[in-house]
Design a protein around this ligand. Sequence first.
Ligand code: ATP
Ligand code: MG
Length: 440
Amino acid sequence: MLDSKSTIGLIERPGQPRVIPRSAHGISHAQISEHALEVLHRLRQHQFQAHLVGGGVRDLLLGQEPKDFDVVTDATPEQVRQVFRNCRLIGQRFRLAHVYFGREIVEVATFRGSGSAGGSSGARQLRNGMIVRDNLYGTIEEDAWRRDFTINALYYDIADCSLIDYAGGFDDLRAGVLRLIGEPVQRYREDPVRMLRAVRFACKLGFTIEPNTERPLFELGYLLRQVPGARLFDELIKLFHSGYALAVFEKLRHYGLFGYLFPATESCLATEEQGFPITFVNRGLANTDQRIAEDKPVTPAFLYAILSWEPVRRRWESLMAAGMGAHESIQLAISEFNPREQTALIIPKRIALPMREIWSLQPRFGERAGKRPHRLLAHPRFRAAYDFLLLRAEAGEVDPELAEWWTRFQEAGAQERERMTVHPRVAKRGRSRRRAAAHA
Ligand code: ATP
Ligand code: MG
């Protein structure tokens, strides 16, 4: 049922915000992208308010390099479009303006209202307490109370370069505390993705989650089932592809959230065989973090191949134990793997296909004679499948000698490769002929 009038879980505390002057916060224009500055100045010139907010401000205050700069204003998206010719309006759930500067996009949002002042009906819609549409505009103060964490609700005002702090984020930031604004249970109910964001920011920033914000994480994981699979998919990429995937995995498991995202993997982890599955996922994620630290590319297909391998591997093994061949059984195990049942995500085809290929190439590494290794080497997915094999070897799932052989095979020249792939029977025949000749 849609309910457009429900109020959301905020304790609004009307009052004066704390204003931190330029001299006391240390952010300078030199640290802000020139395009974001241009947008801020232009909005001001047109008599609108213009602020930076969110991760950009937070990261600058922490001395980290922001990923992007989000601008907020009292101009409506349509008014923003009138100020900038290079502007497009996007979004259903949140209507936003994108201002284009070549490849760089500066996102401009209009202050969100709380609805308590009686906005246009239907602009905010809730379903089972969850916000499904949110286009109610308001004041900067209302906007601040609607944000997720206090440290994400600091506004950098371009008019005088001060910081505006309604929710106490400046002190929380200095204390290293992650605190939800408002009543935590209700705020998680409105948008369960905030639970994943709590984990993400705690890991990314190394912050402590304030007890009232933390407690519901142990209990409300089931709410993740209501989140559309495509949104979860996007959020998980941010969680696992930001350089701290291993810490995220451990925290998600600590709060019992992982099982709502990857139920099939979680049930394997719960009945772990000599620590093996944990080792495999841990190693895979540590490897992802290391690649990011070294600026090497990472792909969602490889990530999901790691996170969902365990149930597939177990099925593969049990089919082989029942007498089915390695190729046939992996194909069957993969075809039975249904992301919609075994994960809470919707994995797009362009990612599910290469993920399956990484898995289905695994038994082919066992064939080291004749033309087959050459063919496997030429396969477009060879490199990813080989990296996957290395992880399996590290985790004790395959003989490290096999992985080493493939490492050498790639590095070898053509002649050496021929020598390495001589069929054992042919090699034996060659040797006995040489022996016979020596005896003659
Ligand atoms: P980063 O971009 O570094 O991952 P961020 O805090 O900027 O972190 P975004 O997803 O870019 O995260 O969101 C920008 C801002 O929008 C946040 O800082 C927060 O104020 C607000 N916000 C984002 N998602 C939510 C949410 N689910 N509920 C409430 N506020 C949110
Ligand atoms: Mg951001």
